[in-house]
Design a protein around this ligand. Structure first.
Ligand code: NAD
Length: 464
């Protein structure tokens, strides 16, 4: 299918303007598709469709909504290989990660919401009040490029399960996987207007959606700077916002930790998706008593990351998403002002590649330690004891995620002191139904699982 239409009211629709946006393969620098450059007029059309569809979808019994989401899951699962390939092409994600994370995770999340919607909500009473949860209304979903389908599904599946209708604006850098979702929704028989797609730039489509008087809630994932603009736009009409923003997460390695494992897993986490992960553990905080050994281990681990063609099975680091992103990351590396412990070489001639890079002796106040870099760059910082580790970990305007390694009791105690929305202790795996979101400038609200669904609900008290 050509990607030259929008999806409005359950039909593929001509965009308002002939203008298009090129989609580039960042590994080859070739243009692989064009998508419509939507306009504010298209946003108006999409919001009107979502508004018209809202009463019917909100009134649809939860179990029926769950059944439709189950069909959507089946239709999307049938496209799993195509999703992985598409994310490989538009983002440059290495195929193994594309399959497991970029395609696998959204399918898990979607199935979870189909199940959750199908589960009857427990009756809740407080004294003589009955408490009910109702859908918020029309949701504007604005998403970034780094996990293009996961970030879309985390919003769309939760909103639809709650009974909301959605206008989706995916990132203009990676809009192609959103088309696969909408195709699957069309095949699954999602009622018209329940999910609408408007592609386009943030300045035009994103801003129109965030500021639209008929959008009851804006669910945004992206940079903190844009999140601030979205929150301002929504504030004028007191619309609800959920913001999943940036991060600068710490990986705290305490005395008594399994050091080789902590470092190896920490490096893998920092380099996942070429470092373009909001929860990336980009600051490794290591006790001075075993600091030199940790730096050596990190440099050795980084040396095992092969950079290159995302479709080569040996590749672990693909390119960054765009030329602008590469320039930004190379700028941070140039200005680093810290000891270079490792830097990879042998990059392909074409493509927006950045070498795997590890800095040691990083000043906790420096740009390197404070700014979200969004590339394969790890900063190692020495600390003196647990209190100091906690102080440095919390010395950030972000508060998205973190990790602690050490004896279980000590590690749990330190995890509780970190001012972040999530902490992994001793390498515990990501949980796709646990609440996900940030403290401080990492965001407002939670995604995933039951907490993610609740974000799209209003709470009503009926006194009897
Ligand atoms: P971005 O803020 O540039 O763009 C995100 C989305 O917002 C895109 O769809 C973009 O078109 C749109 N947008 C841009 N300007 C807008 C405006 N004025 N009004 C409305 N929408 C607008 O972010 P990005 O570069 O696509 O993504 C990278 C950022 O996302 C990183 O900072 C990363 O940490 C963050 N992120 C956060 C999470 C999380 O869950 N916390 C997850 C992934 C990425």
């Amino acid at each position: 299918m050509k990607r030259d239409k929008l999806y409005l009211g359950g039909r593929w629709a001509e965009p308002d303007s002939d203008a298009t946006i090129p989609v580039e393969n960042p590994a080859t620098e070739e243009v692989i598709a064009h998508v419509p450059a939507g306009t504010a007029v298209d946003v108006d059309r999409a919001v009107a469709e979502a508004r018209a569809a809202f009463p019917g979808w909100a009134a649809t019994p939860r179990a029926e909504r769950g059944a439709v989401l189950g069909k959507l899951h089946a239709a999307l699962a049938g496209r799993a290989d195509e999703i992985a390939r598409t994310v490989g092409l538009e983002l440059g994600a290495p195929l193994k990660i594309a399959k497991a994370v970029q395609a696998g995770l959204p399918l898990t999340v979607l199935q979870g919401y189909a199940d959750l919607a199908a589960t009857p909500a427990p009756e809740e009473t407080i004294g003589h009040s009955r408490v009910e949860h109702e859908p918020v209304g029309v949701v504007g979903a604005i998403t970034p490029w780094n996990y293009p389908l996961h970030q879309v599904v985390a919003k769309v599946a939760a909103a639809l399960a709650a009974g909301c209708t959605v206008v989706l604006k995916p990132s203009e850098l990676t809009p192609l996987t959103a088309y696969l979702l909408v195709e699957a929704a069309d095949e699954a028989g999602l009622p018209g207007g329940v999910l609408n797609l408007v592609t386009g730039t943030g300045a035009e489509v994103g801003a129109a959606l965030a500021g639209h008087p008929e959008v009851d809630m804006v669910s945004f994932t992206g940079s903190t700077a844009t999140g601030r603009a979205v929150a301002h736009a929504a504030a004028d009409r007191i619309a609800r916002v959920a913001l999943e923003l940036g991060g600068k997460s710490a990986n705290v390695i305490l005395a008594g930790a399994d050091l080789p494992k902590a470092v190896k897993v920490g490096v893998a986490n920092a380099f996942l998706n070429s470092g373009q992960t909001c929860t990336a553990l980009t600051r490794m905080l290591v006790d001075r008593s075993f600091y030199d050994e940790a730096v050596e281990l990190a440099a050795a681990a980084a040396g095992t990351y092969q950079t290159g063609d995302p479709f080569d099975p040996a590749t672990r680091l693909g390119p960054l998403v765009s030329a602008a992103q590469r320039e930004r990351v190379l700028g941070f590396i140039d200005r680093a002002g810290a000891r270079l412990a490792y830097q990879g070489g042998d990059l392909p001639e074409k493509g927006y590649f950045v070498p795997a890079t590890v800095f040691a002796d990083v000043d906790p106040d420096s740009e390197l330690a404070q700014e979200e870099i969004f590339g394969p760059v790890l900063s190692i910082i020495p600390v003196d004891g647990e209190d100091h580790a906690v102080e440095i970990a919390n010395h950030s305007r972000y508060g998205l995620a973190g990790a602690v390694w050490g004896p279980p009791d000590r590690a749990l105690a330190v995890a509780r002191r970190l001012r972040t929305g999530a902490v992994d202790v001793n390498g515990a795996a990501f949980n796709p139904v646990a609440p996900f979101g940030g403290y401080k400038q990492s965001g407002v609200g939670r995604e995933l699982g039951a907490y993610g669904l609740a974000e799209f609900q209003q709470t009503k008290a009926i006194q009897l």
